[in-house]
Design a protein around this ligand. Sequence first.
Ligand SMILES: [Fe+2]
Ligand SMILES: [Fe+2]
Length: 258
Amino acid sequence: MRILTIGDIFGRSGRDAVFEGLERHKGEYDFVIANGENASHGRGLSKPVYEELSNAGIEVFTLGNHTWGCPDVENIMRYNNNVIRPANFEGNLSGYGSTIVTSKNGIKIGVINLIGRTYMQQAASSPFFTADSEIEKLKDKCDVIIVDFHAEATSEKIAMGYYLDGKVSAVFGTHTHVQTADLKILQNGTGYITDLGMTGPVTSVLGVDKNIIINRFLDGMPRKFVVANGKSQFCGAIFEIDEKTKKTISVKRIYEEY
Ligand SMILES: [Fe+2]
Ligand SMILES: [Fe+2]
């Protein structure tokens, strides 16, 4: 079972890269999970964009701190079981933090979305204890479990990788929009990367037009964020998992510019 995971899709540029990347890597993956928190103009996931990316081939969408960026998301989550938001958000919010989706080849894939607490603004309970309870809910109902840990601090993400080593098949990080070079298989067979990176405009500051962000640093004045133009990058990783042992057996990192 080969699972392609795609890092934060940012605006039109990121969506174009998804179409191109999925086509180029056709035959290398059996299932696709992507972080969609920035898919619509850099903030949130709207209904037309959800439909566009589903048609492109994305089978599960995870979210993050921009979960509520588009109001459509509440209905998308209500009527579709393949869009999840961080499980450890506090409060009685809509949506779920985990799901099980069956792949085309009949494998039941459990996906859990968590958000970090270090340098993050959202009210969230422990991602570690929430991971335990979500795994408990899923483990007897699915063949493999994959975790998207949407967090800022590399330390919190690496700690989560080791904490879940042997309990899930793969843990990938999202949110920083910068790909890390540490894709590996941990001691007990869990595939791990600290951050998949952003799928969006290459010449940008985390997806946003670079001049807007440079000027914001220069004078501190707030400005409207605009998605940058130009070349796109496609960032992700492919985890090959043995569904009998539930362990990752090979990993491949993808960073391409189109
Ligand atoms: Fe993001
Ligand atoms: Fe984020």
